[in-house]
Design a protein around this ligand. Sequence first.
Ligand code: NDP
Length: 451
Amino acid sequence: MGIAEEEIKRLKSGNCAENAVFFQAVEEVIYSIAPLLEKDHRYKRHAILERLVAPDRIFKFTVTWLDDNNIIQVNTGYRVQFNNALGPYKGGLRFHPSVNEGILKFLGFEQIFKNALTGLPIGGAKGGSDFNPKGKSDFEVMKFCSAFMMELHKYIGPRIDVPAGDIGVGGREIGYLFGEYKKITSSFEGVLTGKPFFFGGSLMRTEATGYGVIYFTQTMLDLEGKESLEGKICTVSGAGNVALHAIEKLQQIGAIPVSCTDSKGTIYDARGVDLELLKELKLQRRVSLEEYTNTHPEAEYTPVEEYPEGVHPVWDIPCYAAFPCATQNELNDIDAQNLIVNGCVSVTEGANMPSTTKAVSDFLSHKVCFAPAKAANAGGVAVSEFEMAQNASMSRWSFEKVDEKLKNTMQEICKRIALTARDYGVEGNYVDGANIAGFKKVADAMIAEGI
Ligand code: NDP
């Protein structure tokens, strides 16, 4: 039994179903780095793998708050501080009913490598709650955020752990969380990123992940000798922060994004999606995508109940490039086959681990250019780090400066991964390239720092 198999067996023994997504993320990394572990025995001697797959600590707490009818509501909150070998813990907060410890461990584990790939001094963490902001009034969201921070503030700090947003946590939630932190500690400091600009946020943080996804794809297509995105049909899933800004950047560079999805259904607008309308529906009115067809009756709307079993209709739309930007495991092997058969040339993960393991291996074996999330969506955390730097130096950078730095960062990540893949004999495999490059950076720091 090789090192990879041994470690996976050890991890899985005695664990519960909640950890399935965590194992999926860990397995992918372990298989990528197995040749490195076999070759360089320092990693085994320093028990790097065993230490890397176990979070430094997990905080779990009860969040009690009063709804608008003065009824007491109870949720569970978490912060998973995974690894701080390279810098303070850093990673988003997710508010969604599906949140549990396993999902946050998966996201925190991925975050270690993503943050390492940015080349910036940040460690990996993740947190959140099973609280569902959907359908709640602004006051209810505020009361929940205050109660959540009442506990979370004990574990975070600008040099300790700096949370940000994720699914269900945008500028509104970060604002309320920051306000409560300030009240409890009497300290105005950069303890959260993704803040609105007028009290310490960075310009471009909102756009960063989506724009970064496109910058990464442009570089990858160029390195792989493929045609650019200009004038090409692209499919995008999701209709949240990442998806909206990926669509925006695609339109800016002359590509034609024709789809978006939410938890209720899929929109296919063959003439190109109407971004202004999307923003109105999702950012202002916070309603279902179904309403898109009120303005554009010629667009097709497919509700979830009508999806063919085991298939997502968004991945059956012929496209040059696909961008899954909604959530984990939203693209399976059948979806991958549909994309491949329809001639898709590149797939870039905007969401965290949106493709199943089998889908990824199908893309790789069919030579589809495949950009894994931990590299392609690192633009958000990179600009978060820029926000920390601005907060620490009490400075403000222009939109153009942040955009330029973001573009450089994404290009550098892409090139470094491509080079690493080539050096390790897996040219063109951005999954292995990202895992090896990220692992080496963190593991070498762990060895240098001792136990
Ligand atoms: P948002 O909450 O802004 O949007 C999420 C979108 O995905 C919404 O359209 C939502 O639908 C849809 N969605 C969420 N869960 C499901 C589900 N179970 N099934 C179908 N659709 C679903 O989140 P973000 O755009 O911020 O995040 C999207 C992904 O990108 C996540 O994987 C996140 O971890 C990742 N990511 C985000 C970063 C950021 O900077 N925001 C940074 C790096 C990664 P509905 O509108 O119906 O709720």
